[in-house]
Design a protein around this ligand. Structure first.
Ligand code: EPZ
Length: 426
């Protein structure tokens, strides 16, 4: 096992380049299944969640070539059986997208239900509701979801809750259905727009992505394409939050500033200086930050995937802040870890009340999930003393070269083996 060791207190300076968006890549790679040709996907982040989903396609029979660190070439024609077994998908929560892609291509799909999640339940009732509207039946037996349709016919889906996954999966099932599918109350995240653009580059007819009504006119064939994935707005937000916590002046390159609007607005409200350029943002923090309140909402609201990171900053802001996690039921598991560093946080259901302290102190902590792990890095950078973070596999699932990128902007950070005798425990 490996862990990350951080000695806090360094101000961050220099430049960092943001990689392709994880949550776009884990939707676009399964979407390749729908193609009748070869697809070249560029700006793919080299992270486990993405490599796993590409591995699943390979093991199902697709040809998958990594042309370089961030380019994949996939030919799906070798996929014969639309079945993704538990062995294949058990590590991948985003494997649910295989359902929509396989159903859309083969009119049937058998996908193992992924295991438990790091926070709260990950239901798929809205996904299945959309498949039903398109004419598919489904059963759940021995841990597999089996969906099947004699014919997929477009219909009108009104999502009961704004769901990224359901919006993705219904788009994937609908692009080759007969007629028009309308998805109301659709998610509007940048990765939804990126998926729609990818599908349209293959010859699909998807309109309205980025609004809450998406219309899909079914087509008979989808061709191979070359497509470059958008930059990851949550990775960008994570580095912005790190500067806001540790202090310094960092240029964050390869971003789409519009995707960062809610994050930029919140950091400015706290007193961070942010300069926006065409494809980069400059983040400067040179004074103690003010408290603020945060409520997570579907895009364009403040993203839930930035909630742990902003809470880490607020632990040392001046005053009392309230964080309302309105998307997930149980996304505060990381609070116990911040408390070990001296944070004063109390959690009551979906609300966390944070009393800002002068300075956190380094301590042994663990990453309880992907974004919680990012929050531990952020808190450790702003804390006094040494922090060691265990269970870093969660962090490396979603952040490419995270230790190298932070070290390059001046963080005193390294990755060590947990059983390394030269590392004194904190
Ligand atoms: C996606 O998860 C992201 N994952 C999550 O990011 C992100 O937190 C989430 O969207 C919200 O933005 C990927 O894109 C791979 P949802 P998803 O369906 O699709 C409820 C990260 O850190 N719901 O939008 O699973 C659900 O319980 C990850 O990168 C239903 O009730 O999220 C939740 O309360 C973590 N029924 C809310 O909707 C359903 O059928 C939003 O979930 C589906 C969802």
């Amino acid at each position: 096992m490996e862990k990350i060791i951080i000695n806090g207190g360094n101000k961050l300076h220099g430049q960092v380049k943001i990689s392709g968006a994880k949550n776009a890549a884990v939707a676009i790679i399964p979407a390749v299944i729908l193609s009748d040709g070869v697809c070249r996907i560029e700006n793919v982040p080299d992270i486990q969640d993405v490599n796993l989903i590409a591995q699943i396609l390979f093991e199902m029979g697709a040809s998958v070539k990594r042309l370089d660190k961030s380019t994949l070439e996939i030919d799906p024609k070798g996929i014969r059986e639309p079945v993704a077994t538990y062995d294949l998908v058990r590590h991948m929560r985003a494997s649910s997208y295989l359902m929509g892609a396989l159903l859309g291509k083969f009119k049937r799909a058998e996908v193992a239900l992924p295991g438990g999640c790091d926070f709260g339940v990950r239901p798929v009732d809205q996904h299945l509701k959309g498949f039903t509207v398109l004419g598919a039946n489904h059963i759940v037996e021995s841990g597999m979801i089996k969906v099947k349709a004699d014919k997929l016919v477009g219909g009108h889906v009104y999502l009961d809750v704004v769901s990224v996954g359901a919006t993705v999966n219904i788009m994937l099932a609908a692009v080759k259905a007969e007629g028009r599918t309308t998805i109301e109350n659709a998610a509007k995240e940048p990765h939804i727009v990126d998926l729609a653009n990818f599908l349209n580059s293959m010859g699909a007819d998807v309109r309205g992505a980025g609004t809450d009504v998406i219309k899909v006119n079914g087509v008979k064939h989808l061709n191979g394409t070359t497509y470059s994935i958008i930059p990851d707005q949550i990775e960008a937000g994570t580095y912005m939050a790190a500067v806001a916590c540790a202090g310094g002046d960092v240029m964050i390159n390869n971003v789409i500033p519009k995707h960062l609007e809610s994050i930029t607005a919140k950091l400015r409200e706290m007193g961070v200086t942010i300069e926006e350029y065409d494809d980069s943002v400059r983040v400067i923090k040179d004074r103690r930050l003010r408290r603020c309140n945060v409520k997570t909402m579907p895009h364009p609201g403040f993203p839930t995937d930035m909630q742990p990171q902003i809470a880490a900053i607020l632990t040392m802001a001046d005053g009392t802040s309230i964080v309302n996690e309105a998307v997930w039921d149980n996304r505060f598991r990381y609070v116990e870890e911040l408390r070990r560093m001296g944070a004063e946080i109390s959690v009551d259901g979906k609300l966390a009340v944070i009393e800002g302290v002068e300075q956190l102190k380094g301590a042994p902590v663990k990453a309880t999930d992907l974004r919680a792990g990012a929050a531990m890095i952020i808190a450790a950078l702003g804390a006094k003393g040494k922090t060691q973070i265990e269970d870093i596999r969660h962090i490396e699932r979603g952040y490419e070269d995270v230790v190298e990128k932070f070290a390059a902007i001046g963080a005193d950070i390294k990755k060590v083996r947990s059983d390394d005798p030269t590392v004194k425990t904190a």
